[in-house]
Design a protein around this ligand. Structure first.
Ligand code: PEP
Length: 252
């Protein structure tokens, strides 16, 4: 099964309002020549979603939320549901990002519920997993990554090939310390093998993105690895040209 590459930009708490619309327009412009085997997604802050989705109508760049709450509606002040993201023009949602896990106390169980809610609503989850530096140094990388993965993999298996996994070593996020292609490929291959134990079709169809300080100058060696199917890009996604260069680094 051939998997298309997916390059997703996580804008985090940046580029809201008019800045977001301007950035989205620039991304659409800069990525026009990206090869057809690459899908493109940007994840603006909630308040910019509808305007960015409007700006990207008829363009190849799609829109993601950065989070959701697993309930569809009700007394959950400050939260946004999967149906609301769909209404705002999203087709995707980033879930379980390490910043959500570390700063906002998200547990594996909550990430499971969020993945399930996204899949139920028809929103494609980009579910993030990854170890901290301390865990890597204690040789616990796969134990941690498998625990996080096992929490939601049965949900992904309900529609094999639909949901996406992002392996993001926490020590590489926003630090400029990128995993070597060998380090990344080793974990990606282990994740795919774990999925294979559940269902070979799931393993073959699921895109596993790498995330952690991906930039235009390191993207091609990472994307050339057999089990790396794209990138989740933070800081470098705020520069339209740099984001486009990452997308153009995907092998054809
Ligand atoms: C991220 O936020 O998912 C990320 C990978 O950030 P950065 O590219 O800035 O390391």
């Amino acid at each position: 099964m051939t998997r298309k590459y997916l390059i997703a930009g996580n804008w985090k708490l940046n580029a809201g309002g008019p800045n977001g619309v301007e950035l989205a327009g620039a991304v659409a412009q800069a990525t026009r020549e990206v090869a057809p085997n690459v899908e493109l997604v940007v994840a603006p802050p909630f308040t910019a979603l509808a305007a960015v989705a409007h700006e990207l109508e008829e363009k190849r760049v799609e829109v993601a939320g950065q989070n959701l709450y697993p309930k569809d509606s009700g007394a959950f002040t400050g939260e946004i549901s999967a149906p609301m993201l769909l209404e705002a023009g999203c087709r995707w949602v980033i879930l379980g990002h390490s910043e959500r896990r570390q700063l906002f106390g998200e547990t594996d169980a909550l990430v499971h519920d969020k993945v399930a809610a996204a899949m139920r609503a028809g929103l494609c989850p980009i579910a993030c997993i990854g170890e901290t530096l301390e865990e890597r140094e204690a040789n616990r990388t796969l134990e941690v990554v498998f625990r996080q993965l096992d929490a939601f993999s049965a949900e992904l298996n309900k529609r094999p090939g639909y949901g996406v996994i992002a392996y993001e070593p926490v020590w590489a996020i926003g630090t400029g310390k990128v995993a070597t292609p060998e380090q990344a490929q080793e974990v990606h291959a282990a994740i795919r093998k774990r999925l294979n134990d559940l269902n070979p079709t799931l393993a073959q169809g699921t895109r596993i993105l790498y995330g952690g300080s991906v930039k235009a100058d390191n993207a091609s060696v990472l994307l050339a690895c057999p089990d790396i199917d794209g990138a989740l890009v933070g800081g470098a996604s705020l520069d339209a040209e740099g984001f486009a260069k990452i997308a153009k680094a995907a092998p054809r």
